[in-house]
Design a binder for this molecule. Structure first.
Ligand code: NI
Length: 259
């Protein structure tokens, strides 16, 4: 259920018996010659909506403006600074908590968001906040390894391109039919979490925007399988978070029993 497609009385009725909400976070940045600019946001949104359907919970509008400074030399990338992102997420969390949401589940699609999301959540130690990259779940990671091995790479990954091929559209690879430069283990280790260099240097180093990822291995059928695995994993993780939080919370009302 999308929050933006609900009415306020519907949300008020929901809050009388449920306290959870999903918040997809992504980015607006280049994803190589065949990846869509909104890839991270579109993947997180599709997974959050799928999990929310299972959990019968709301999904807040996707946070698609996030820090991606290293990609700004590629047209289409819109990056906001970390302090702005921290404030934005902090105010979203505070707003939701203020209205009675108590379980906030961030489905993330952009590596560079993780550290600031964690920092923002730390300001609300009493809230039940979970932050997860969709690709980190074991069942999803197993599929990525099975399909692509090392060619999953770091950016414009065939797994995320597969998902948007399934949910949105397929862009022909052109020159990206050839594999990109293979990354060393050391490069992957030192640049984890999207710790990349200044924009011009980053574009010189990775001229077509792929960072070790062979996007052309993407396949919409893989996308369907990755989506299904991620949706199931997120829904399961969310229900565990709800169970844990329920055991720590007093009943919401003492006078009007729900259900
Ligand atoms: Ni991405």
């Amino acid at each position: 259920m999308r929050l933006d497609e609900a009415t306020w009385p519907e949300v008020e009725a929901y809050l009388a018996h449920s306290r959870g909400i999903f918040i997809p976070t992504g980015s607006t940045e280049q994803h190589g010659p065949m990846g869509l600019i909104g890839t991270d946001a579109l993947c997180a949104e599709a997974i959050a909506e799928g999990a929310a359907d299972i959990a019968k919970a709301y999904v807040a509008p996707t946070v698609a403006y996030t820090p991606a400074p290293f990609n700004t030399a590629f047209p289409g990338t819109i990056s906001i600074s970390k302090p702005v992102f921290l404030s934005l997420v902090g105010e979203i969390i505070a707003g939701l908590l203020g209205q009675g949401f108590e379980i906030l589940y961030f489905v993330n699609g952009h590596g560079a968001n993780i550290a600031p999301l964690g920092e923002a959540a730390d300001s609300f130690p009493d809230a039940h906040i979970r932050i997860r990259n969709w690709w980190d779940f074991e069942t999803v990671d197993r599929l990525r390894t099975k399909y692509y091995g090392d060619w999953e790479g770091m950016h414009a990954t065939p797994s995320e391109v597969s998902i948007t091929q399934s949910t949105h559209r397929i862009v022909q690879p052109g020159d990206a039919a050839e594999p990109p430069e293979k990354l060393s283990a050391r490069y992957i280790q030192t640049h984890a979490g999207d710790r990349h260099g200044p924009p011009d240097e980053h574009r010189r180093r990775f001229p077509d925007g792929r960072v070790g990822s062979h996007s052309a291995l993407a396949d919409p059928a893989h996308g369907d399988a990755l989506l299904a695995a991620a949706i199931e994993a997120v829904a399961d993780d969310y229900s565990q978070l709800c169970l844990r939080s329920a055991s720590q919370m007093p009943p919401k009302t003492s006078t009007s029993p729900q259900k």
